[in-house]
Design a protein around this ligand. Structure first.
Ligand SMILES: Nc1nc2c(ncn2[C@@H]2O[C@H](COP(=O)(O)OP(=O)(O)OP(=O)(O)O)[C@@H](O)[C@H]2O)c(=O)[nH]1
Length: 159
């Protein structure tokens, strides 16, 4: 069934002994719902862009979505690209190399997946989760350094 507007699911996964709660928002991919989805971009930590390897138009739309993401969510967010339906090899119209090239141009991880046959789905989400967590811990670390420096300054000035 086509997604109208937005749908979301919550999944808790274990990641290096840490419980991580993923809130996964599924936006409608169809053009006529596009504007509806854009208001949900802000606040997202990661994006999974999915095209259908048997549908050229879905691949061509990816560039529009990438630009939208960077424009509306900032270019610091983590994005991965998935070429889905890799179980339908005989109907493939998008060569794997094209997906790889596009992902390489934007510096994002790329996987071919099959939601139907559960190929690479967990792996793709793990990679994205890892990138988000690493970025987050980096930010926390930076903030710690800043607050330590601030604390030092304050101590210094108080004397
Ligand atoms: N063979 C195959 N079919 C798939 C796969 N993933 C999804 N489908 C089928 O493709 C159709 C569309 O799937 P959706 O999950 O609704 O696709 P979507 O991109 O979310 O579509 P919107 O909700 O319109 O944005 C359904 O009939 C699914 O069963 C896959 O990996 N392989």
């Amino acid at each position: 069934m086509a997604t109208i507007g937005i749908d979301f699911k919550i999944k808790t996964v274990m990641f290096n002994d840490t419980r991580v709660k993923l809130q996964i928002w599924d936006t409608a991919g169809q053009e006529r719902f596009h504007t509806l989805s854009t208001s949900y971009f802000r606040g997202a930590q990661g994006f999974v862009l999915v095209y259908d390897i048997t549908n050229l138009k879905s691949f061509q739309s990816i560039t529009i979505w990438i630009n939208d993401i960077y424009e509306k969510a900032g270019d610091e967010v983590d994005v991965i690209l998935l070429g889905n339906k890799c179980d339908k090899e005989s109907e493939r119209v998008v060569p794997k190399q094209k997906g790889e090239k596009l992902a390489w141009e934007y510096g994002m991880p790329f996987f071919e997946t099959s939601a139907k046959e559960n190929v690479n789905i967990e792996h793709a989400f793990s990679v994205l989760t890892k990138e988000i967590l690493e970025k987050k811990s980096g930010v926390l670390h930076d903030l710690d350094v800043v607050s330590l420096n601030e604390a030092k300054k304050r101590t210094c000035c108080a004397f």
